[in-house]
Design a protein around this ligand. Structure first.
Ligand SMILES: Nc1nc2c(c(=O)[nH]1)N[C@H]1C(S)=C(S)[C@@H](COP(=O)(O)O)O[C@H]1N2
Ligand SMILES: [Mo]
Length: 375
């Protein structure tokens, strides 16, 4: 049965907190997705490493029920010797732990006009975790990459219907990326075995790439002589203007910064009330294809900017950087913004650009705040 397209009109909520007009409201179908796939509460940006239950989630179909004893990882296709490994065998391999900021390619989608209907992310589809596992390269070396292999297809155990096609969730990654990069097959997150929602018992983690690449509930790695042409490659996760256009595949995470909303929220609207005086604004900035070199802050909706102080890079190259800015808040109405700069000379755009899937919108965050001297 199709869920009736009941329209929920809450534009003022989004207006006040994000200063963006959502013209049509969101549908019950979108709410259904949003309830399953939660975002990072912005105040959770305070932690270097996102506590597991606060990391964002995106699961296209159902979380599969995996028996860890029966489970095996198969490696086949263009390899010299196909492999099959148990969880214990994978855990016995050389292990690495890497802090990775992961972000959904659809993050920011709700702010793109005209509206794109899918998982209705605001700005918080991001999180940073310490993933522990074994490098993908070691397993590929053991299987032996055969001549002609160019891409590795990662297939998950979750199955569903999307765009009218029944499918396993599956995505391929160019071998050059895997052989040079820091991709791992992870069985732990933040020191605990992967919880069901994050891909138990094993998932791929491709640092620096948008989240769709990091296939959860991994069952099989198949080496191919071309990129996989399944739905999640051919149709989803491409920057396109038209349905019949091929477009460019989404790959690495574009630069973005976010701010912890200061002060206290109003329950429904999330509008902020800030006490006048010294107010430390803080947040995080990240990019998957460059280094963050600065973050600028504006209190007047982007008219004027001042540089924030970047924190250290102790989490490593694949994780976000903290930033802080000393704001002396005087009574009045403000629109707070933050804007990252990267080592390639790029800055976050002030406005989103439209594309069919609503991907890659890294336009600056805007937070309305009222500064008051008395409660
Ligand atoms: N098997 C499988 N892997 C998947 C997905 C999925 O639906 N199924 N979603 C992808 C998407 S779109 C994202 S953004 C990330 C989210 O990872 P997380 O839920 O652990 O945060 O997982 C990716 N891996
Ligand atoms: Mo995603």
């Amino acid at each position: 049965m199709r869920v009736p397209p009941l329209v929920i009109r809450h534009a003022p909520v989004l207006n006040l907190h994000y200063c963006q007009q959502v013209s049509e409201g969101i549908s019950l179908e979108e709410l259904q997705l949003a309830a399953r796939n939660h975002a990072l509460p912005l105040e959770a940006l305070r932690w270097d490493i996102t506590p597991v239950g606060l990391h964002y989630l995106l699961t296209h179909y159902d979380i599969p029920d995996v028996d860890p004893v029966a489970w095996r990882l198969e490696i086949d296709g263009l390899v010299q010797s196909p492999l099959s490994a148990s969880l214990a065998e994978i855990r016995a391999r050389p292990a690495v732990e890497v802090a990775v900021t992961m972000e959904c390619a659809g993050n920011g989608r709700i702010h793109i006009e005209p509206r794109v209907v899918s998982q209705p992310w605001l700005l918080e589809a991001v999180g940073t975790a310490r993933w522990r596992g074994t490098p993908v390269t070691g397993l590929l070396e053991d299987a032996g990459v055969a001549d002609g292999a160019t891409d590795a297809l990662f297939t998950g155990l979750d199955r569903g219907v999307e765009g009218g096609e029944e499918q396993d969730y599956a995505r391929s990654v160019p071998l050059t990326e895997l052989l040079q990069g820091d991709a791992i097959l992870a069985y732990e997150v933040n020191g605990i075995p992967l919880p069901p929602q994050h891909g138990y018992p094993l998932r791929l983690i491709v640092p620096g790439w948008y989240g769709m690449t990091s296939v959860k509930w991994l069952a099989r790695i198949t080496l191919l002589d071309a990129p996989h042409d399944g739905y999640q490659m051919r149709h989803s996760y491409r920057l396109r203007q038209e349905e019949d256009e091929t477009g460019d595949p989404l790959a690495r995470i574009q630069l973005r910064s976010l701010m912890i909303p200061p002060g206290i929220p109003e329950y429904m609207t999330r509008a902020r009330t800030v006490r006048a005086g010294a107010c430390e604004l803080e947040g995080r900035a990240w990019a998957g294809d460059a280094e963050i070199v600065g973050v600028d802050v504006s209190a007047d909706g982007g008219e004027s900017w001042a540089a924030a102080k970047l924190g250290d890079d102790s989490l490593g190259r694949w994780a976000w950087r903290s930033w802080r800015f000393a704001w002396s808040a005087e009574p009045g109405e403000y629109e707070l913004c933050c804007r990252a700069r990267d080592s390639e000379g790029r800055r976050q755009p002030l406005e989103p650009t439209w594309n069919l899937g609503g991907y890659g919108n890294n336009a600056v965050q805007r937070i309305r705040a009222t500064v008051v001297s008395e409660p």
